[in-house]
Design a protein around this ligand. Structure first.
Ligand SMILES: [Zn+2]
Length: 316
């Protein structure tokens, strides 16, 4: 059985971060369990609404249980990523999750508070923890003026009020990252100053970094060399900033895009180099191996590698 998500956060705060990996198929689930257990890292299996829509929740749930049978030493939690109020309730009732994220940050502040409070009440009844979001994880911000970009970031005073009023267990903050392959389009970068200000208002409270893929330039170059057409401006979060972000309270780091870019590079190169082949298990097997290596690398960068032993999974 997975562990409560907050059990993973408690020993991590200020020391290391738990990797949250968005998965949607068998190759990613097996690669994730393999990579994380190889480096003895606790980890979070993240299922978004898109993943449910693709594979179906019952399929993902049973693949996770099967992966745990293969890797009984795995120390992990299962998280619903970017839920609506409705899908959070479905996730809570399904018995498949140890935490949910209610994504209501696009609403005005008071409505975000109200929606999040409702989800927290339902989740806590079942022993499930809740990640909420405050601030806007914008996409490409080239067209915005400096003060407009600034207004999208999480306000530290509001963050403290939000956590107090909602009772959420962790908070996704907008500190300059964005989703997808084109982060930092406006060259604003990760705002460690803003993170420090939030931490000073919420000491000891787990913060979550979304849009934290590295978007490795060599991966983008290889995709394009193999027939892809990603914009050369594709840019992610420089991993060298992560240790400082972790000291400033970032306890969970979300990785989705890097796994997709890896999938794209591997399959484009495979079929370019082997145009005569059509057996999907060969590139699939390679992807599992390379995804496991990516996961292991992320866990080392986040400092979670080697920490699984301190968290016992008593159920298994
Ligand atoms: Zn996200």
């Amino acid at each position: 059985m997975p562990l409560p998500t907050t059990d993973l956060y408690r020993p991590a705060y200020g020391q290391y971060a738990i990797g949250h990996f968005n998965v949607a198929n068998m190759e990613q689930i097996l690669g994730l369990f393999r990579g994380a257990t190889e480096v003895q890292a606790p980890f979070i299996v993240a299922l978004s609404r898109a993943a449910w829509g693709y594979a179906g929740l019952e399929m993902l749930h049973h693949m996770i249980l099967a992966a745990h049978e293969r890797y009984p030493e795995a120390v992990f939690a299962v998280h619903h990523d970017h839920g609506s109020e409705e899908t959070c309730y479905q996730a809570i009732d399904s018995g498949c999750f140890t935490s949910v994220m209610i994504d209501a940050s696009h609403h005005p502040f008071e409505e975000n508070v109200a929606v999040t409070r409702r989800v927290v009440a339902r989740a806590h009844e079942r022993g499930i923890s809740v990640e909420a979001e405050l601030g806007v994880l914008a996409g490409q911000e080239d067209h915005l003026r400096v003060e407009e970009r600034e207004a999208l970031l999480t306000d530290p005073d509001q963050a403290a009020e939000f956590v107090e009023r909602t009772g959420c267990d962790s908070l996704a903050v907008a500190v300059g990252t964005s989703h997808g392959a084109y982060k930092f389009a406006a060259r604003s970068g990760l705002r460690l100053d803003r993170l420090a200000a939030i931490q000073s208002r919420l000491p000891g409270f787990p913060l979550v970094l979304h849009g934290a893929s590295a978007v490795y330039p060599q991966e983008v170059a290889r995709i394009n060399a193999a027939g892809g057409a990603l914009e050369p401006g594709a840019q992610g979060l420089d991993e060298k900033h992560l240790p400082e972000a972790i000291r400033l309270g970032v306890t969970k780091v979300n990785v989705g895009t890097d796994g997709r870019l890896l999938w794209t590079r591997l399959h484009r190169e495979f079929f370019r180099d082997h145009p005569e082949k059509f057996d999907f298990t060969e590139p699939g097997r390679r992807y599992m191996g390379e995804y496991a290596r990516l996961v292991a690398h992320k866990c080392r960068v986040l400092g979670s590698a080697g920490r699984a032993g301190t968290l016992s999974n008593t159920e298994h």
